[in-house]
Design a protein around this ligand. Structure first.
Ligand SMILES: [Zn+2]
Length: 135
């Protein structure tokens, strides 16, 4: 999804495009990592100086509800958000630095598909989080 598609989604569900929403949308459009509320707030404040933390929370929740961004509650990490992508990916969490990286594995996907099939299900989605210590 790109920025224009985000805007179309919001218009489609009758959500007004405010400066705060626009600023937060564009942060997610450009973000290359998973962001905490504080990070989103600090970045958005540069464009919208009168932005408050409560508005940031509300806007992020609204974008989650609209299916534009995704919320992650990784163990022992603060809540992180990222742009919802079409491509399913898994996360690897460094337990010391709390850095979160993404990976995809066709091997794992195939295995999970097979497990679901064997149990009599059609797989709709899956989530995989690896908690690791760096070697
Ligand atoms: Zn991710």
């Amino acid at each position: 999804m790109d920025f224009d598609e985000f805007i179309e989604i919001l218009k489609g569900i009758n959500i007004k495009i405010t400066p705060a929403r626009l600023a937060i949308l564009s942060i997610f459009d450009k973000a290359e990592k998973h962001l905490s509320i504080d990070e989103i707030y600090m970045m958005a404040k540069k464009d919208v100086p009168n932005l408050g933390i409560a508005t940031t929370y509300r806007t992020v929740k609204l974008l989650c509800d609209a299916g534009i961004i995704e919320k992650h509650n990784f163990e022992d990490c603060e809540t992180l958000y990222e742009k919802k992508t079409v491509k399913n990916h898994s996360h690897i969490i460094d337990m010391e630095s709390k850095e979160v990286e993404e990976f995809t594995s066709e091997k794992i996907k195939k295995a999970i598909l097979e497990i679901a099939q064997d149990l009599g299900y059609d797989l709709v989605n899956y989530r995989l989080e690896l908690y690791c210590h760096k070697k």
